[in-house]
Design a protein around this ligand. Structure first.
Ligand SMILES: Cc1cc2nc3c(=O)[nH]c(=O)nc-3n(C[C@H](O)[C@H](O)[C@H](O)COP(=O)(O)OP(=O)(O)OC[C@H]3O[C@@H](n4cnc5c(N)ncnc54)[C@H](O)[C@@H]3O)c2cc1C
Length: 710
């Protein structure tokens, strides 16, 4: 196999890859790869502009606009870094020769897009991306330490023990092993996976598929932005974006009847919903956008390329409305990186749209992505330059082994799987959380902290921000992540937790499950209580999932019981559901269950059922516990809704189920465990309940590791 050695390999030649390269010292050899040509990247397509903190007074408002658009799911630290670094980044761009719009006095002109409270976007006509990226490319081409490979596709990374030693690439069917001290993914978005997208079709999220195969953590792969307004066309290929600044400057949207139907500067996700609603109502594949009120002069000066493109498609946007439709546009999720753009694999960084540093939260604020790409690619380069890289013991052998396992044809499906799976995560009901769970967690915290965390306070004299990782130490099903997060929020509301898994996901030994960022004192104080909940709940979910698996192919549902740890029922019953089981009654007021002692107290089954029917509301089901056929018959005659066959053997249960013949539901109960449940499948009951789910599940081993100051 052909082998190339370099110091740093950068995969992708968009603005993020180029900016990283430009921040490397001249003695470092950089190899830059692109799947097609140097000019074919989304960075060249950016129209609207690039945000900047134009004056310190705008900081609060810029920050607020970003997190509001992001549905408050943004990592605050990343947003702060981006905004505070923006003036320096813009100054660097201007030094490289980027020309932003200026007034006659040479002062910058700022434009505004949806969700920005003030104009703070620098632009160059409506081709800001081309202006920036072509300047960066020109500068990078002048660097003698940078070499280029066009039409070359990264197909895998070469790694061992979670350390990246380079990549495997393909060009003209030839496979090339590229050995490098550091690898930077700058591979852009995922638009190529969609039939309607503003992105280049070759951007198919290859780095995400590769990350998933190598268990590198992703973050929010389902956070995908649909741009509300692209020019409607029946032609194949990329959809042409009608920039948000057109609406920011006053253009209006109309339905078929020529009437406005939405606020044009709503956040992108909300406006997209409104447009889809209107299209459905109108039974049309588009809505109309009216730019005419901007006037010909403004359209030609600020939006000349939009004007020309519309003209090429047969619309004069200075005189007539144009048809627009939403299309996939941007990827907020991606490969999880820290504030230095490092992935969860050593010697591997990710920057630009393929990375998720949390700046955008659940929805990107317009014109923040070019800025974010530049800020964090520069940080990646600075970070890696300070490290001493490890070399592979036998790079060629590793490369050969990797090449043998290549399966690129599955990459698109791998990414789609991750996108779909994320949407299905289980969540604890938020009202249950605030009404019931908070008080219990506070009690647990009080029990642990009492007057003070003496150890933490001895070593930490004041505020110090830091991060710590939640690592899984054995395979299982994770449950209780919202509770884990809540513990830290109750200790310090400013703590930020980033999850890479959802409740119900299967985790493996070594997986990074979450990263927690905040005041180190809060991280240390909350650690034990947060882990206690998570380990117990995950243990129950794991045990339940293993038991449910044994019932596969039957219609039997697995139930828990009230044999829960005092004060832990809300958590343990939730964990059973996460593991795929069902809840029996939650507490004594949740249903009538007449057991042996109730029957004895009432003077027999018939009496007990009669009294229960008279006492309880008619909506309540009545369940009776029986131990032999005689009791079964009496319970059926007396009108029991559910008959619990307690401690009966399989033959007896079969006979009972045959006799009951659908007149009541049947439940098998009595010392059922994961180890013995298989024998009860033949009984034909509707439910099997098992106290073991909550009283005998062993905890799942998880721990907080790698605490560091940030
Ligand atoms: C139409 C449009 C308008 C936009 N307008 C704005 C705007 O006004 N303001 C703003 O801030 N943002 C805007 N954006 C978003 C912004 O342009 C992108 O988020 C940003 O440019 C991404 O840069 P990047 O370097 O991460 O990726 P890109 O510029 O997309 O570059 C990706 C690179 O990776 C390469 N690559 C991918 N996979 C592989 C592989 N397997 N092997 C080798 N190479 C690979 C590609 O060939 C390419 O060179 C817009 C985006 C679009 C599509």
């Amino acid at each position: 196999m052909k082998t190339i050695h370099t110091d740093i390999v950068i995969v992708g030649t968009g603005c993020s890859g180029l900016f990283a390269a430009l921040h490397a010292p001249k003695e470092k050899k950089i190899l830059m790869l692109t799947k097609t040509t140097l000019e074919e990247s989304d960075s060249f397509l950016a129209q609207g502009g690039i945000c900047v903190l134009k004056d310190p007074d705008d900081y609060e408002s810029f920050f607020r606009d970003t997190i509001k658009a992001g549905h408050y799911e943004n990592r605050r630290q990343s947003v702060e870094i981006m905004i505070k670094s923006s003036p320096e980044i813009i100054a660097e761009l201007e030094d490289y020769g980027v020309r932003f719009a200026k007034d006659e006095l040479g002062n910058p002109i700022y434009t505004k897009e949806g969700c920005h409270s003030h104009p703070r976007i620098l632009f160059h006509e409506d081709i800001t991306g081309k202006e920036i990226t072509s300047c960066l490319l020109e500068q990078a081409k002048k660097c003698s330490n940078v070499s280029w490979m066009e039409n070359t596709t990264m197909v895998d990374i070469i790694e061992e023990d979670n350390i990246c030693y380079g990549i495997l690439a393909q060009r003209d069917k030839e496979t090339i092993a590229i050995e490098s001290d550091f690898t930077i993914f700058a591979t852009g978005g995922i638009g190529g996976l969609f039939s309607n997208s503003t992105n280049y079709p070759h951007l198919t999220g290859d780095a995400l598929a590769i990350s998933l195969r190598h268990r590198i953590a992703l973050e929010h792969p389902d956070y995908i932005q649909i741009h509300p307004t692209t020019l409607y066309s029946t032609k194949k290929g990329r959809r042409f974006l009608i920039s948000e600044s057109v609406r920011g400057e006053g253009a209006k949207l109309y339905g078929k009847n020529g009437k406005r139907f939405a606020d044009e500067v709503l956040p992108r996700d909300l406006l997209t919903k409104e447009i889809y609603k209107q299209m459905k109502k109108d039974e049309m594949p588009y809505v109309w956008l009216d730019m005419t009120m901007l006037g010909k002069e403004q359209i030609l000066s600020h939006f000349p390329h939009i004007y020309q493109h519309c003209l090429d498609e047969g619309y004069d946007c200075t005189k007539e409305w144009i048809p627009v439709v939403p299309a996939q546009h941007y990827f907020m999720g991606g490969i999880h990186v820290n504030a230095a753009s490092k992935t969860t694999m050593d010697q591997l960084y990710a920057v630009g749209e393929t990375a998720c540093n949390g700046v955008h939260g659940a929805n990107r604020l317009a014109s923040n992505s070019l800025l974010e790409s530049l800020v964090f690619s520069k940080r990646a380069m600075h970070d890696l330059l300070a490290l001493k890289p490890k070399k592979a013991k036998d790079f060629l052998a590793l490369a050969d082994e990797t090449a043998k396992k290549l399966e690129t044809s599955t990459y698109k499906e791998i990414v789609w799987d991750a996108i779909r799976k994320r949407k299905e995560g289980k969540k604890m009901n938020s009202i249950t959380m605030s009404m019931n769970v908070d008080t219990l967690i506070l009690q647990a915290l009080r029990e642990d902290v009492t007057s003070e965390d003496i150890t933490t306070n001895a070593i930490m004299k004041g505020y110090q921000s830091g991060s710590v990782q939640l690592i899984c130490k054995e395979n299982g099903v994770i449950a209780g992540l919202p509770v884990f997060e809540r513990v830290f929020h109750l200790v310090d509301p400013k703590t930020e937790v980033t999850f890479f898994f959802h409740d119900g996901d299967r985790v493996q030994k070594g997986d990074l499950v979450a990263e927690i960022y905040g005041d180190i004192r809060a991280l240390l104080t909350g650690e034990r209580t947060a882990l206690n909940y998570l380990q117990r709940m995950s243990g129950i979910a794991t045990y339940t999932a293993q038991t449910v698996k044994l019932l596969e192919g039957t219609n039997i549902r697995l139930l828990d019981t009230r044999k829960t740890t005092p004060n832990m029922r809300v958590f343990e019953k939730y964990a059973v559901k996460v593991g795929g089981g069902y809840n029996h009654r939650y507490n004594l007021s949740d249903g009538i269950l007449l057991k042996d002692n109730h029957i004895a107290a009432a003077g027999g089954i018939t009496n007990a059922i009669q009294m229960a029917k008279e006492y309880a509301s008619f909506v309540r089901k009545i369940e009776v516990e029986v131990e032999n056929m005689e009791m079964v018959k009496e319970a059926v005659e007396a009108g029991a809704d559910i008959i619990m066959l307690d401690n009966m053997n399989v033959e007896q249960m079969k006979e009972a189920v045959d006799y009951i013949a659908g007149r009541a539901l049947t439940e098998c109960s009595g010392n059922v465990t994961r180890e013995n449940i298989a024998q009860y499948i033949q009984s034909g009951v509707d439910y099997i309940s098992s106290g073991a789910l909550t009283h005998s599940a062993k905890i799942l081993d998880l721990s907080l590791k790698n605490l560091k100051a940030v």
